[in-house]
Design a protein around this ligand. Structure first.
Ligand code: ZN
Length: 326
C-alpha cells in the first residue's frame, strides 16, 4: 500500500504523501517541527495547531490550501479512509491512520507515550501495519523518571539564578521552549525569549494556552534571568554577557559527554518530547502491527535488529540513490 520515494512516504495509487520533504500535490503534515515542515505543498492535511504554524513558517502570507482535521474524526480521500490521532509529541501533533479495503496502516511520525502538560494524551489505534520513526531506538536511550528529572532541572535553574548567573537554555522554538516555560512558570523568575521563540509562543494563545512571566529578549537585561534560545546563532549572547550557564533538555543528554561537547553546554537534563527506547517498544506492543516500516535515521539500523530479535516483521526504508553510469 505504501512506497518510499523522494525520501518520503507515498500511499500507492493515491495523491497522498506523508510528511513529504519535496513539494507534492497533497501531503499530511504530522506536526510543526522543521523536518516535517519544510515545503510549500499544493495542499496539506493537518490539525488546527499545525496549520497555524505552517502559515507562519512556510506560507509567510501566501494563500493557504488545507484540509483542517480534528483528532478522532474520520474522512475520505478517494478509496482511503483517514483518521488523525494525538501522538503526545507536541501540541497539535498527529498520527495518521489510513484504511484501504480491510487493511489499516498507521503512520506514527514522532510519538511520546508519557503525558506532557501541553499536549493531548497519545492514543493507540490498532493497525495491521505501522510506519514509524525510531528516534531513540537504541538501548542506550533509557530515560530517568520524568518528574524527578523535571525537579532536578528546576532546582538547578533556581540555584544558578540565586548565585547571579544568566541561564541560557537552548531549545527547539516549537514545543520544547513552551514546555520549559511551563516548567519554570511557578519559580517566579523572568524568562526572556529569543525573537522567534517569542513569536511562536504568542501563537499558542490561539489554542488557549497562555504563559506568564515571559518577555522578548533584549540585550540590556541586567538581572539574573532565564533566556530561552534556539541552538543556532547563540554565540552573540555568550560573548556579550558574563556569568552565563548554558544548558539544554534533550534525550541526547543520556550521552552527556557527546551532547555537552556538541553544544558547549555546562549542564543538561534528560527531558524529551519523544519516547525513549522502552517507550517505543511499549507503543509497538499496544499497536500490535503485523509489519513495521522504519524511516531511515540515526538509530533505525539498531532498532531494526532489536525488533527482528523480538520476532517482528520489520523493514527499513532505504533512500534510493541514482544509479551510477559507470
Ligand atoms: Zn518532532
Amino acid at each position: 500500500m505504501i512506497e518510499y520515494q523522494d525520501s518520503s512516504i507515498h500511499v500507492k495509487d493515491s495523491i497522498l504523501w506523508l510528511d513529504a520533504t519535496k513539494k507534492k500535490g497533497l501531503s499530511f503534515v504530522s506536526h510543526a517541527h522543521s523536518e516535517q515542515m519544510s515545503v510549500d505543498h499544493d495542499k496539506i492535511i493537518a490539525t488546527k495547531e499545525t496549520i497555524e504554524f505552517y502559515k507562519k513558517i512556510i506560507l509567510k502570507g501566501k494563500p493557504l490550501n488545507a484540509l483542517q482535521m480534528s483528532y478522532f474524526r474520520t474522512f475520505s480521500i478517494g478509496d482511503l479512509t483517514l483518521t488523525l490521532y494525538p501522538s503526545g509529541h507536541t501540541p497539535g501533533a498527529a498520527q495518521l491512520l489510513i484504511k484501504k479495503n480491510e487493511t489499516k496502516i498507521l503512520y506514527s511520525s514522532h510519538i511520546n507515550i508519557q503525558n506532557n502538560m501541553l499536549c493531548d494524551e497519545i492514543y493507540f489505534p490498532k493497525a495491521d501495519e505501522l510506519i514509524m520513526d525510531s528516534v531513540y531506538g537504541n538501548i542506550k536511550y533509557q530515560f530517568p523518571e520524568k518528574e524527578k528529572e523535571e525537579e532536578n532541572f528546576k532546582n538547578y535553574v533556581s540555584e544558578q539564578i540565586k548565585q547571579g548567573f544568566f541561564v541560557v537554555i537552548l531549545a527547539n522554538p516549537y514545543g520544547k521552549s513552551q514546555y520549559i516555560i511551563k516548567l519554570l512558570e511557578k519559580l517566579n523568575i523572568s524568562i526572556y525569549l529569543q525573537n522567534k521563540i517569542y513569536q511562536y509562543t504568542q501563537l499558542f494563545k490561539i489554542f488557549g494556552i497562555n504563559f506568564t512571566n515571559i518577555k522578548p529578549f533584549v540585550n540590556t537585561i541586567k538581572e539574573p534571568s532565564v533566556i530561552i534560545h534556539p541552538y543556532e546563532n547563540v554565540n552573540k549572547i555568550l560573548t556579550e554577557k558574563k556569568n552565563i550557564k548554558v544548558i539544554s533538555l534533550s534525550g541526547l543528554s543520556v550521552d552527556k559527554d557527546y551532547f555537552h561537547k556538541l553544544h558547549k553546554l555546562d549542564e543538561s537534563f534528560v527531558l524529551s518530547d519523544n519516547s525513549d527506547f522502552n517507550g517505543l517498544l511499549q507503543y509497538i506492543k499496544i499497536i500490535k502491527p503485523n509489519k513495521i516500516y522504519l524511516l531511515p535515521g540515526h538509530n533505525s539500523l539498531s532498532f531494526k535488529e532489536i525488533l527482528k530479535d523480538l520476532k517482528y516483521n520489520v523493514e527499513e526504508f532505504v533512500t534510493s540513490k541514482p544509479k551510477s553510469l559507470f
